[in-house]
Design a protein around this ligand. Structure first.
Ligand code: DGT
Ligand code: CA
Ligand code: CA
Ligand code: ZN
Length: 584
């Protein structure tokens, strides 16, 4: 039976922190739980494997995890639960904890609202806010009441959708669990999770087998399931840990391909395909492609596409955004794959706010099969991230030169993630940045400037003559922070003119640029880099979420600069600095 995954463990630790905060416990203790949770949520390697291979000591050696928390993780891994957590959950009203996710609230304020106004759930909160009760509390005021109302609106928008990076591991584990069952011919993900949308509402899983296989009994034995609210002959609905719901459907093998096509969607793509079948006098349904009563295809998706005179359309493209027309005329892109990437161009070390050393990061990147890794620590205005000033950057450059002298078939690129300041100027002098191989320019402050100002700020950085790549261009954090307001078309046109690359930041709660932006960049001829923004070496594999977003944005290997082999990449980066128009 699969062990609790990293997301579940991170979630338990976060909830413990929130409960302790609601109970006004020791802030130091609370911070330890939060920090550990953040690290675990971003770890690519399953904790169960770390524990298996290296024991409790291996857990303790992870960044941000001490002896106390390592012991709790062991308890979760060994027993599937944590006694302390169960106990804490009993101590507060059951709905209260959900409210900590509302922006502008947080556990500390929630405690006040609970104590002073008796707020226990979302309804109580809305009533109090709309009735002007919150502004009367000391330390709140009109402005924070407004913020809470806005937070509630945003919360209601995304409640019930899960980040792909959180949901996909559940889907993978569920598929693996079902696959162990005898009598199961095939099992695959469908729905938005197969299309790799950045958020998903539920996990659609399809199983091929005889109608009498005991699927329900098998699923009852799965330790990740909280409840099974409904089960019929062909569809079983499950609620997993964290509330993620899954629809598991049993299909006859002869219509498995048709079912995959139907339940992968998107709905709009299905409608367009059905229309195409109708034009040929056939009928396409979830059971097959039919001519009259006769099934002419249905076992595989490929077969159905072929009979409809189409090549296979990858699931990430099935959004009715012109993919059927492109397929028809042989213009489907050859989508980028993870194997195409030769390196990662945005990564931090313990020189700023990362955890691992230069050497450890280089080693991990080499183990990913990469040829290069750009070290891009923060610049000095990021004081809380221990950003580098000129002197520390020059020291780092020296260290990288020494490291490279000892590395074979691998190169660490000298870089920096330099802050784009409020007015669009850069945080370090151009003469210093020119010593680097790869300069990523990013916004980390003043997210609320008016659209024209942010656009001008970005364009100024693009015209600095020294920035190679614009990092996480909209600065959004999925379900947490809205993107900055920006005229993306103008920014991209400037990037095109200056030969500046735009980043697709693969970090699971960024995915920035998003899919449609990538498609726009491709059409304008703006190059993309796909990087993880790793802050420790275990995060490098999250590149997969960048790859799936790139695929949704129709990108091919040739659109992405870090598919270039090392020497060509260096030539490209150097070429970016020459003949630049630095005039306004
Ligand atoms: P989600 O769950 O909101 O993240 O997105 P999906 O695309 O997974 O949507 P879901 O779970 O409601 O349905 C899965 C697929 O089933 C969907 O992509 C297409 C197909 N489907 C569902 N309802 C309909 C429908 O009424 N008409 C058609 N043509 N297809 C449907
Ligand atoms: Ca779905
Ligand atoms: Ca569904
Ligand atoms: Zn950044």
């Amino acid at each position: 039976m699969p062990d609790p995954n990293n997301q579940e463990i991170a979630q338990i630790l976060t909830e413990i922190a929130s409960i302790l905060e609601i109970q006004a416990e020791n802030p130091f203790r609370i911070r330890a739980y939060r920090k550990a949770s953040l690290v675990i949520a971003n770890l690519a390697k399953p904790l169960s494997i770390v524990y298996q291979e290296e024991g409790e000591k291996g857990l303790e050696n992870l960044p941000g995890i001490g002896k106390n928390i390592a012991q709790k993780i062991v308890e979760i891994l060994e027993t599937g639960g944590l006694a302390q957590y169960q106990q804490l959950q009993q101590e507060i009203p059951p709905q209260l904890l959900h409210l900590v996710d509302i922006r502008g609230l947080g556990a500390i304020r929630l405690r006040t609202l609970h104590e002073k106004l008796g707020i226990n759930n979302l309804d109580d909160l809305k009533k109090a806010a709309n009735g002007g009760k919150i502004r009367q509390l000391p330390g709140f005021g009109e402005k924070s009441e407004e913020n809470i109302i806005k937070g509630v609106t945003d919360y209601e928008k995304h409640v019930g959708r899960y980040l792909l990076v959180r949901a996909l591991p559940y889907a993978q584990e569920l598929v693996d669990y079902i696959r162990q069952m005898s009598g199961v011919a095939m099992v695959e993900m469908a729905g938005s999770v197969r299309r790799r949308r950045e958020t998903v509402a539920d996990l659609d899983i399809l199983v091929a087998g005889k109608p009498d296989i005991p699927l329900y009994n098998h699923l009852k034995g799965y330790n990740k399931i909280k409840e099974i609210p409904a089960h019929g002959e062909t569809k079983i609905t499950l609620v997993m840990e964290m509330g993620i719901q899954s629809d598991v459907r049993l299909l006859a093998p002869e219509s498995f391909g048709a079912g995959m096509l139907y339940f992968t969607g998107s709905k709009q793509h299905n409608i367009a395909l059905r229309r195409r079948a109708l034009e040929r006098g056939w009928k396409l349904s979830e059971y097959g492609l039919f001519s009259g009563e006769k099934r002419i295809a249905g076992v595989t998706e490929e077969e159905i596409f072929r009979i409809l005179d189409l090549p296979f359309i990858p699931p990430e493209l099935r959004e009715d955004q012109g993919e059927i027309e492109a397929a028809e005329s042989g213009r489907l892109p050859r989508l980028i794959r993870q194997e195409d990437l030769k390196g990662d161009l945005h990564d931090h070390t313990n020189h700023s706010d990362g955890y691992h050393s230069l050497e450890q990061m280089a080693e991990a990147a080499k183990n990913m099969g990469y040829q290069y890794l750009a070290i891009t620590d923060h610049s000095k205005s990021q004081t809380q991230a221990r950003g580098l000033d000129e002197n520390r950057l020059l020291q780092q450059i020296e260290q990288i030169d020494q490291l490279n002298a000892n590395l074979k078939d691998f190169r660490v690129l000298k870089g920096m993630e330099v802050d784009i300041l409020k007015d669009g100027s850069l945080d370090l002098p151009v003469e210093v940045l020119q010593k680097l191989d790869c300069v990523v320019g990013s916004i980390h402050s003043y997210f609320n400037q008016p659209k024209e100002e942010t656009t001008a700020r970005m364009i100024k950085a693009i015209r600095s003559g020294v920035v190679n790549i614009i990092g996480h261009p909209t600065a959004r954090l999925l379900q947490e922070r809205e993107p900055v307001e920006l005229d993306m078309l103008e920014v991209m046109k400037a990037a095109k003119k200056q030969g500046v690359v735009m980043e697709l930041n693969a970090h699971g709660n960024r995915l920035d640029l998003h899919d449609a932006h990538c498609h726009l960049a491709k059409e304008l001829g703006v190059k993309i880099s796909i990087s993880t923004d790793s802050h420790n070496c275990l995060q490098l594999p999250v590149i997969q979420y960048g790859i799936s977003t790139a695929r949704r944005g129709w990108l091919e290997a040739g659109d992405v600069i870090n598919t270039l082999p090392g020497d060509e990449l260096l030539k490209f980066l150097r070429g970016q600095r020459k003949d630049r128009d630095t005039q306004f």
